[in-house]
Design a protein around this ligand. Structure first.
Ligand SMILES: [Zn+2]
Ligand SMILES: [Zn+2]
Ligand SMILES: [Zn+2]
Ligand SMILES: [Zn+2]
Length: 148
């Protein structure tokens, strides 16, 4: 996830610069685009980032002016593309979302079991079929003899 994509209204940690100056840098702008300044000025500048940002799926995607590209741009949530126009970026995201939701129904619903229904109950298999064979065959014939 690129630094310009932040959850909600959160911001990346930014601290007083210790390398090129003693001021604060905008986390979304290169120092030649937004010159490092006092914390209060950076915070005002960040408000303008929020005003121009794209809100998407609970994330705030800020306009990026880091050295990834010579112009202001947005970083895609899904791929490496960096559209410069906000309208193009929103279109681009919508396209990805449509593709994404077309894929999800293929995943099987775990609440419907399918393979374990047709197992035969094990008690029927173990029952012996020969237990009822040994009736004496002669009893019926003797009863008939007396009544005729
Ligand atoms: Zn600096
Ligand atoms: Zn900035
Ligand atoms: Zn960038
Ligand atoms: Zn993309």
């Amino acid at each position: 996830m690129h630094i310009s994509i932040q959850e909600g209204r959160s911001l990346p940690d930014f601290q007083r610069c210790t390398t090129c100056c003693e001021d604060f840098h905008c986390p979304f702008c290169a120092s030649n685009v937004f010159h490092p300044a006092k914390l209060s000025k950076v915070q005002t500048h960040l408000e303008s980032h929020f005003n121009r940002a794209v809100l998407y799926e609970g994330y705030t995607i800020h306009r990026c002016a880091l050295n990834c590209k010579p112009r202001f741009h947005f970083h895609c949530f899904y791929c490496q593309s960096m559209p410069t126009r906000k309208a193009d970026f929103i279109k681009h995201l919508a396209l990805f979302k449509a593709k994404h939701s077309a894929i999800t129904p293929i995943i099987p619903d775990p609440s419907t079991p399918s393979s374990q229904i047709h197992q035969p109950p094990s008690s029927q298999i173990q029952q012996s079929p020969s237990s009822q064979i040994h009736q004496p065959p002669s009893s019926q014939g003797e009863r008939c003899k007396g009544s005729v």
